[in-house]
Design a protein around this ligand. Structure first.
Ligand code: Z57
Length: 832
């Protein structure tokens, strides 16, 4: 059942020409027809929302046509396909993306203009599809764009959350969470597939039976049954040839009533403790990089994994019947983190209990089917589930996990005879006070490939997280550096820069991002520098207007636009940025002539609702912003903006306007980062640590075109093992001490002197686990260098151009090519 032998890759197979021919007048007719027939209104009555819906419906006609052709082609070819299992898909808006990928954006714009509608303005009607938290979810969205663009047979599987990531409001400086309701007025992109519903089981007990030959057979008598309803979102590849599917499961109560459980002891009482069916897909857990350990979360994971597996098996059986021998040749399942790892024992259960394969045959199929991506080393993000909880919700799966572990421990013993220390470390079961199932260990054991998401991260996965696994399974652990789709993150979000680039070097970069390197030849050309920076200036002007609209704050578009956009987390160190802002503020107060180029610090960040310190940091940024922005002594040179409700559609407005990209995580903590790639692609210069993909960005752009500062991974480890004491830095750097103490006065929170003291506390008594104080001085130096560089207009323009020019490596097309050639072994499939 080896999947490595059969298939070979045919290269990119990407579409190169438009497949849909539709002119302006056709488009107009399609919109009007949908206005009449789908919306039941007309040109005179239609409001913006109706126009948006009619236009979406017009696009959807084209999308469905290609979707049908693609599905038919894949079915007839019976091709091997990748199944991307992810609890999150952070899609953002789809209308403009679909227009761009069909190369119909300009046509649509002209058509709508003739109907008296401004397309760009109308696009704001679409709510973001925010079914993800941050990097991990957005990565999944970029990957399915690249898969469709390169015409690989692929399907995304996830959860159809009723409520995506919460909407953030800022009240008196503090974050308030409001429910997200992205489907309230209907979502034109999804289609319900009631013909493909699935039923999955939960709770109950396992009965051990013996047949006539004394063979053991396990039967799971579930306590309840849940229905999964699939919703399909078409994923349009660039060029419009392949349209793949993102299939999201919605939970529904099933009519089933399980009499076994009723007879075994009181259904009603048992049911009361159980999660209600409809609740399962209600809401996305808003934690990024922290595990809540909640029962409902585990049920969400099992729900979508089990529905997806059944869906895959149904499709496989349609062609291959009960012959399982070709399963792993046809199916590869990528686990996006451990969130869907319960799929491993679920497939074992189906193969052993249902298909009645032997354990060894089943295990071989299983371990040739799954591959696992690790996205973090942070201990609080590594999933562990109490044995007791799994035993209650999935009693048969717990038995299977124990059996997997039993056999695995024998393997470990063969490799390291009698070494109980290694056994305890590698065991899927953590023998703590409350026994836990380690989902990371289960994923490594049950997969044929494990990858990290940037070179340094993958090296640390091998050396720090899973060193013994790397010895036991040489070659299993590998790297695939993340990437981003240039369709959304340059072509669509930055039309002026895209047009300039295409004018200069042609349009091949859209499908072959390495082509951007042709811009390098013009990096020192004064005319091109002026054109490039003129686009940046226009984008800054547009963002300045957006900032005014959203916050009332007036910023100078001539100032440096310095942007930090990402989830709020201590390891990402927004508070290091804030301390530097305070240092600048203090310098300006002490010396009104302090020489600096005007600078606007712009933040976007959501904090997990239960993460108190992260919320305090948001509050701190906002109160400091308020003080500085209203202090006429400094606000010609310094402004601070916190843009509320950071999300994909806001990122699309901020990124094209950035001069500076803040990527300042503690070295070793940010697995990759992807915002770093988006910002550099749009000509922002990175100020950052040698962490995650920053290292590879620095390699590509060269040290003259990036501001690197701070401790390296090795230095971080040395500093910590030498007994790091933040007070040493606090007492030896007067400016650092003053800024930290300032936070603990009532200067920023009049009448409430200790509102921010938890921040100071974490940096001092708390031990400063993320080494903010240790990196402060070098960060200030890098900022000085940056400020000086910006004043040399030509030098800065050259740096900006080279950043765009050198981002070829970071297209998600390259990431997908890596996965396809080294892990998935897929052939592309041209759809005619
Ligand atoms: C998440 O967004 C990431 C890692 C996680 O373990 C979880 Br949970 C959520 C992020 C990393 O922090 C980024 O560094 C990385 O670029 C991204 O995943 C995509 O790999």
């Amino acid at each position: 059942t080896s999947n490595t032998s059969k298939a070979k890759t045919k290269g990119q197979g990407a579409a190169t020409s438009v497949s849909i021919q539709l002119d302006k007048d056709d488009f107009k007719q399609a919109v009007i027809r949908n206005l009449h027939r789908t919306l039941g209104t007309d040109e005179n009555k239609a409001n913006k929302h109706a126009w948006w819906k009619a236009t979406s419906a017009a696009m959807q006609e084209l999308v469905f046509e290609r979707l049908r052709t693609t599905q038919k082609t894949h079915y007839l070819n019976d091709t091997r396909a990748v199944h991307y299992f992810s609890a999150e898909f952070l899609m953002g808006r789809l209308l403009s993306n679909n227009m761009h990928n069909f190369e119909l954006f300009d046509t649509a714009k002209r058509a709508l203009k003739e109907l008296g509608v401004d397309l760009v303005d109308m696009l704001e009607e679409e709510p973001d599809m925010a079914l993800g938290n941050g990097g991990l979810g957005r990565l999944a969205a970029c990957f399915i764009d690249s898969l469709a663009t390169m015409e690989f047979p692929a399907i995304g599987y996830g959860i159809h959350y009723e409520h995506g990531l919460f909407r953030q409001e800022i009240r008196n400086g503090a974050q308030i969470e409001r429910p997200d309701s992205w489907r309230d007025y209907g979502n034109p992109w999804e289609i319900c597939r009631p013909e493909s519903i699935q039923q999955i089981s939960l709770y109950g007990y396992v009965e051990t039976k013996y047949d006539e030959d004394g063979k053991i057979h396990k039967e799971w008598h579930p306590g309840s049954i849940v229905t999964g309803v699939p919703w399909d979102i078409p994923i349009v590849g660039y060029g419009g040839k392949t349209v793949n599917v993102l299939r999201l499961w919605q939970s529904q109560s099933s009519e089933y009533f399980n009499w076994d459980v009723f007879n075994a002891g009181g259904y009603v009482d048992a049911q009361r403790e159980n999660v209600e069916s409809e609740t399962i897909s209600k809401v996305l857990y808003p934690n990024d990089e922290t595990e809540a350990g909640k029962e409902l979360r585990l049920i969400q994971q099992y729900f979508f994994s089990a529905c997806s597996l059944k869906d895959i098996i149904r499709r496989y059986k349609r062609v291959h019947g009960d012959d399982w021998s070709r399963f792993a040749e046809q199916v590869v399942i990528q686990l996006n983190d451990t969130h869907p790892a319960i799929a491993i024992p679920e497939l074992m259960r189906i193969l052993v209990d249902r298909a009645e394969l032997s354990w060894n045959v089943a295990w071989e199929i299983c371990t040739q089917t799954f591959a696992y991506t690790n996205h973090t080393l942070l201990p609080e993000a590594l999933e562990k589930w109490p044995v007791r909880m799994i035993g209650k919700i999935l009693p048969r799966h717990l038995e299977i996990i124990y059996e997997i572990n039993h056999r695995f421990m024998a393997e470990v013993d063969a490799k390291w005879p009698g070494n109980n220390e290694i056994k305890a470390k590698l065991s899927i079961i953590e023998e703590s006070n409350e026994k836990m199932v380690r989902m990371g260990n289960l994923s490594v054991v049950g997969s044929f490939a494990v990858n990290g998401v940037a070179e340094i991260h993958s090296a640390l996965v091998k050396s720090q997280l899973f060193p013994e696994f790397n010895e036991l399974y040489p070659g299993k652990l590998t790297n695939v550096t993340n990437g981003i789709t240039p369709r959304r993150w340059l072509k669509a979000c930055n039309p002026s820069l895209s047009a300039l680039i295409t004018k200069k070097i042609g349009g091949d970069w859209i499908l072959n991002l390495d082509k951007l390197d042709d811009l390098s030849a013009f990096a020192s050309n004064k005319t091109f520098q002026n054109q490039f920076m003129k686009v940046k200036q226009q984008n800054k002007l547009a963002l300045a207007e957006e900032i005014k609209k959203l916050t009332g704050i007036i910023v100078d578009p001539k100032a440096i636009f310095d942007i930090q956009i990402k989830r709020l987390h201590e390891y990402k160190r927004q508070h290091l940025n804030l301390l530097h802002i305070l240092a600048l503020y203090r310098r300006l107060l002490q010396d009104p002539d302090y020489d600096m180029h005007p600078r606007v610090f712009i933040f976007g960040a959501k904090a997990a609702p239960g993460y108190a310190l992260a919320k305090t940091i948001i509050y701190a940024i906002n109160v400091v912003a308020d003080k500085i922005n209203n202090d006429s002594r400094v606000n010609e040179k310094l402004k601070v903006v916190f843009l509320p409700n950071y999300r994909v559609s806001l990122a699309e407005k901020m990124i094209p306007a950035a001069d500076v990209s803040q990527q300042i995580s503690t070295a070793g903590k940010e697995a990759s980062g992807t915002g770093n790639m988006k910002l550099a692609l749009n000509g922002a210069i990175t100020i950052g640590t040698l962490d995650g993909a920053n290292i590879e960005i620095a390699e590509e752009v060269g040290e003259d075109n990036i501001f690197i500062f701070g401790l390296t991974v090795d230095e971080v480890n040395e500093t910590l093992s030498a007994g790091y004491n933040p007070y040493d830095y606090y007492y030896s750097n007067e400016e650092l001490k003053a800024t930290i103490d300032w936070l603990d006065s009532d200067y920023f929170t009049p009448g409430n002197p200790h509102a921010l003291s938890s921040l100071k506390h974490s940096l001092l008594e708390g031990g400063d686990p993320y080494l903010v104080l240790a990196d402060f001085e070098d960060y200030c130096k890098a900022n000085l260098a940056l400020d000086l560089a910006y004043r040399d207009k030509s030098k800065w323009a050259k740096m900006a151009i080279l950043n765009t020019a050198k981002m070829g490596k970071f297209t998600s097309d390259r990431s997908i090519k890596d996965y396809v050639e080294r892990i998935w072994k897929l052939d592309s499939c041209q759809v005619k």
